[in-house]
Design a protein around this ligand. Sequence first.
Ligand code: ADP
Length: 545
Amino acid sequence: MNGLMMDWPLVIPQILRRAAQFFPEKAIVSRWGDGTRHRMTYADLEGRVHRLMNALRGLGIQPGDRVATCAWNHHRHLELYFAVPSLGAVLHTINFRLSHEQLRYIINHAQDRLIFVDRSVAGTLAALETDLPAVEKFIVMDDRGPEPAALPRSTMDYEELLAGASERAEFPPLREEMAAGLCYTSATTGDPKGVLYSHRSTFLHAMAGCMVDGGAMSEREVALPAVPMFHVNAWGMPYSCTMTGATQVFPGSGVIGQPLAELLEAERVTCAAGVPTIWTLLYQHLKEKRYDLSRLHTILVGGSAASRALMENYARDFGIRVLHAWGMTETSPIGTMSRLKRALEDSPEERQLEARLKQGIPVVGVEAKLLGEQGEDLPWDGEHVGELAVRGPWIASSYYNNPQAGAAFTADGWFRTGDMASIDRLGYVKLTDRKKDLIKRKGEWISSVDMENAVQGHPGVLEAAVVARPDEVCDEVAAVLVVTRDDPNHPVAAQEILDLLSRKFAKWQLPLPEDIHFVAALPKTGVGKIDKKVLRKMLAQPPAN
Ligand code: ADP
């Protein structure tokens, strides 16, 4: 039909061009492994992206090729976020904390031609090098971290590469449906599966990150992604920030506790994002030492459930809002966000907290439904629990080069998330569990997420995990693992945990006293989530005599 709007492709280079044009002087700060900080501007970023594009061309990179990163959060990684897709190539961000076997699998599956690697983590790749036939070169980025045990053989230095490249790059024409990014799920079962993001999906997802009822990124924010840039594109923050011209503060290598507090204070950060464990550990530290975090208004928490204690502690002690969100690799990742609806504004605080503790309502662009055991639609009454299914422009429609792994995609165009949830009348999604983490006692479900939340309500508890322990009579029972704060004012006894749980759970759901374990630490996955697979294995083993 004539008279229509322009056919203007939603492609990644536009995001950078806007930032350089309107916010050339705004800062991008990176913290290196030795604690020093590097500062540059969006104008600098654009210049370096041009050079990097020319350098990549010089190395023979063509549209469609995969270029990988094994890197922490810093400006060089951001440069790659723009240069690689701007050439029409695909940026494959690798979680280098995966096992060697998984790394070998995903690098070979993706057929990465180049790997840009932080010096401090290059040792891992040196050990695998001979098993990665498609990789032509390793480009080393000096992150001023600990010396690696070894470097791969065919390496180049990132800064030398840039210095040798010419200044202005030609931008090839791009279509918005072209592939731009690739992430593998961390695969708790089977081989990791690749999720291929397009320019269009990345652009639209970044815009959702800027909507007031979405991530609310804006030019006025100073944003710190504590979530690694290899964990679903740091939840889209680098693109949302650049899109709006927000100041970006990159914390470098897995910074937690004191250095994170120092960075938040020194750079006057206004919003940050990461998995709950980071903020639990930070809170512990903030209680011990005073920092001026008066600028910090919001911490976006996702990846695992935000606990009531986390939300209450930050609000009460520091006036910081914990904003709960849900998503996964297959959903780019933002799926839902838990902002308070107007209808709840005058409700008692407890009712508000109850809503904000849920994972939230689907953001614009994402549709959701609940599936029963036969695939039927379940009602949104806050009671029925079913598998959450979603669809939208930034939800995967299949896995990359993996037709066998299609079971999650329904014939009528929905993605089955594998997460069990209820949805209430206001549309708030509440996750009860991952399907594989559910505890089934004599055929009835127990929500591990609810029980973890309750245990974390004890002031002496630092972290808690609830997993299924196999049982001959009941099939499965709940087992609780607790890490205490080691605070003499708040000792924790097993009986107190049981008392706390008995206020919220039916008798049959309660763990046995011997299923409450006090441990020194909980095993974590590469992205900092509690690794329940390891815990289940541990508990399934007969106790040593
Ligand atoms: P993995 O955890 O397998 O590395 P993802 O990062 O894609 O990969 O994890 C997505 C999963 O994390 C979701 O399917 C869900 O089970 C869990 N998750 C994400 N956000 C939340 C949340 N806010 N509350 C509870 N679980 C969450």
